[in-house]
Ligand binder design. Structure first.
Ligand code: B1M
Length: 222
């Protein structure tokens, strides 16, 4: 793997946000996700490659170590911060804003769930594909989606869920949207979500990644 990308993977995995951040102590004074992402872009590495080769695998490693009780929530949080520092550099590339709006996409992480990295990535890429984004953030309930839909009639909805314990809330949100805003197209995603689950809760489409979400929306708009 490219040297800068391997250092970036390490920075995100161990939660090194930037050069000045004191955490983790063994990486004191070294470049963090902020500097390394800029260096990767300066070296001509494509944003998609940065994402797929360094950032997503780093979070995968974090999740595995958390499952094995080798790290705990604070470490996970530092990794999320480091990933955020990196994503801030990538956002302008994915969301150029130069394309004419194709429609509005209302997105949020479902009630009870505070994970927003995957949701932010989907929002970033859908925005880059020419959609106006209404981001409801995390812990979003059915009422906030319905309010966004009444302000943006005809918008497509995207729901993200990362926790098996709260993914059930996705079903409740879909049900309320279909009841109160019939005809709304709903796209779902997130690590524990599947095509089967999507069918079961009555959503319209499941995508395992931002690319699939963009493709689905492209077809919808054409
Ligand atoms: Co949490 N966490 N976490 N966590 N966390 C997971 C999800 C977990 C799998 C870790 C593990 O045990 N291995 C586990 C869930 C287990 C389960 O449900 N079965 C878990 C747990 C248990 C918890 C807590 C309960 C821990 C605790 O407190 N004891 C707690 C819950 C808090 C809450 O939400 N109420 C918690 C907290 C946190 C932090 C706050 C510390 C932090 C989140 C910070 C943040 O998001 N700002 C965190 C993190 C970082 C993770 C892991 C390590 C990484 C998540 C991530 O960002 N991945 C995660 C383990 C893992 O995923 N390997 C874990 C990278 C991201 C790019 O991937 O979000 O999957 P992902 O998104 C992908 C796809 O899923 C898809 O596209 C994205 C790009 O490919 N996608 C969509 C996502 N949404 C989509 C929507 C679409 C389409 C595609 O259309 C609309």
């Amino acid at each position: 793997m490219n040297y800068i990308l391997s250092k970036l993977l390490e920075a995100v995995e161990y939660g090194k946000v930037d050069q000045g951040s004191p955490y983790p102590p063994n990486l004191k004074g070294m470049d963090g996700a902020h500097e390394l992402t800029q260096k990767a872009l300066d070296a001509g590495i494509m944003p998609q490659e940065i994402l797929e080769t360094a950032l997503i695998p780093a979070m995968g490693n974090v999740g595995r170590k958390f499952s094995e009780n080798k790290i705990f929530v604070p470490q996970m949080l530092m990794s999320a911060r480091a990933m955020g520092a990196s994503m801030a550099h990538l956002k302008p590339f994915f969301a150029s804003g130069k394309i004419k709006a194709r429609g509005t996409f209302v997105i949020g992480t479902v009630k009870g769930d505070l994970h927003d990295i995957g949701k932010n990535l989907v929002a970033m890429m859908v925005e880059g594909a020419g959609w106006t984004i209404v981001d409801l953030g995390v812990d979003a309930d059915a009422e906030s989606f319905l309010e966004a839909l009444s302000n943006n009639p005809g918008a497509v909805v995207g729901l993200s869920a990362l926790l098996t314990t709260t993914m059930i809330n996705m079903g409740e949100i879909v049900e309320k949207i279909k009841e109160n805003a019939p005809g709304t197209v709903i796209l779902v995603g997130g690590a524990p979500v599947s095509t089967d689950f999507c069918r079961k809760i009555g959503a319209d489409f499941y995508s395992p990644d931002p690319r699939g979400a963009v493709e689905f929306l492209k077809q919808l708009a054409s």
